[in-house]
Design a protein around this ligand. Structure first.
Ligand SMILES: Cc1cc2nc3c(=O)[nH]c(=O)nc-3n(C[C@H](O)[C@H](O)[C@H](O)COP(=O)(O)OP(=O)(O)OC[C@H]3O[C@@H](n4cnc5c(N)ncnc54)[C@H](O)[C@@H]3O)c2cc1C
Length: 291
């Protein structure tokens, strides 16, 4: 099938894109890498009278570190995130998750902001944003506002952005010291969205006590799920005091409404999730412990 007819607008700056969204109203949609939107248009799952293309907007691409924050502009393609020396030195969890997103061709066109704004519950970048407590910089004709990742994802393909707002950049806090990061996921085939997955971050003090930690799961419900009660059990414990399997069990107990469908019963999905949490946590601890 082909998309329904639309008018194409190439934005020439972030402000121009915000102005176009403001002027064109609800009949307009941004297109960035097009890796999610183009198939939805082609299958006529959605239709818009106007598409505003931000894929070539210079001030929406780029990666910068500003003291303790890594700022990634929204239309930066995944492949540039994957290969960035600044990213691996600042937020290595982004470097670790990117190769798990689809296939190379998808990462070549798909953008970090597109993935986060699209808010697929099984996507990797939203889980990283939630785990690390990223801030979303959103722009509209009314100005700029920051939204905490914890308040940004509100359901399947839904965010707390208004329809005339665009995601301008994502601000990731940089964790430093004796820190480690891990990711694990399970998908039926290489390149598929994960059935369930998890990311983990940990900081150890000099006595190998967990001084900071964060775990987020993806694919388990309508949005990325932070494992807050598992984290509170882990905080202040020594390495090895709580087994990875127990961390997995604690993490899935936090998921109030697990996804449940005919192809994938919630019990199976949750057991996969627990196992990915255990692996991601083990990998993060090993990295923090051995450097
Ligand atoms: C076969 C296949 C496998 C895939 N596997 C995975 C996977 O394993 N993991 C994963 O995470 N993703 C996967 N994806 C999705 C891929 O990562 C997409 O690139 C991503 O979800 C959307 O990014 P995009 O730049 O292509 O956005 P687009 O498709 O251009 O846009 C997606 C949505 O986000 C909105 N949008 C885009 N940019 C902005 C912005 N700056 N501000 C506000 N709204 C914006 C658009 O209006 C649209 O609604 C897969 C895709 C395919 C086709």
């Amino acid at each position: 099938m082909k998309p329904a007819p639309f008018q194409y607008h190439a934005a020439n700056s972030a402000a121009d894109a915000a102005q176009l969204l403001g002027d064109l109203g609800d009949d307009a949609k941004l297109i960035s890498g097009g890796q999610s939107l183009a198939p939805m248009l082609a299958m006529r799952l959605v239709r818009f009278d106007h598409l505003v293309d931000i894929s070539r907007v210079a001030d929406l691409r780029g990666i910068d570190r500003n003291n303790g924050t890594l700022i990634v502009q929204a239309a930066t393609p995944d492949v540039l995130v994957e290969r960035s020396d600044v990213v691996v030195a600042s937020v290595p969890l982004l470097t670790k998750v990117t190769p798990l997103i689809g296939h190379f061709q998808i990462r070549n066109r798909g953008t970090i902001g597109g993935s986060i704004a699209h808010a697929d519950p099984a996507a990797e970048y939203p889980a990283v944003a939630v785990a690390l407590g990223a801030q979303m910089e959103c722009l509209s004709v009314r100005g700029t506002r920051m939204i905490d990742a914890a308040d940004y994802f509100v359901g399947i393909w839904s965010t707390s952005m208004e329809s005339d707002e665009l995601l301008k950049a994502i601000h990731f806090p940089v964790w430093s010291g004796r820190v480690g990061f891990g990711v694990a996921e399970f998908a039926r085939r290489h390149g598929d969205f994960a059935i369930a997955g998890a990311v983990a971050a940990v900081e150890l003090d000099s006595g190998n006590v967990i001084s900071r930690c964060s775990i987020a799961m993806f694919g388990v419900s309508g949005q990325p799920e932070r494992a807050l009660s598992a984290e509170s059990h882990l905080l202040g414990s020594s390495v090895g005091e709580i087994s990875p399997e127990e961390v997995g069990r604690l993490a899935i107990a936090d998921v109030e409404s697990p996804s449940d469908d005919a192809n994938m019963p919630a019990t199976y999905r949750m057991s996969v999730a627990a196992s990915t949490v255990a692996t991601a946590w083990t990998n993060a601890l090993t990295e923090a412990h051995h450097g």
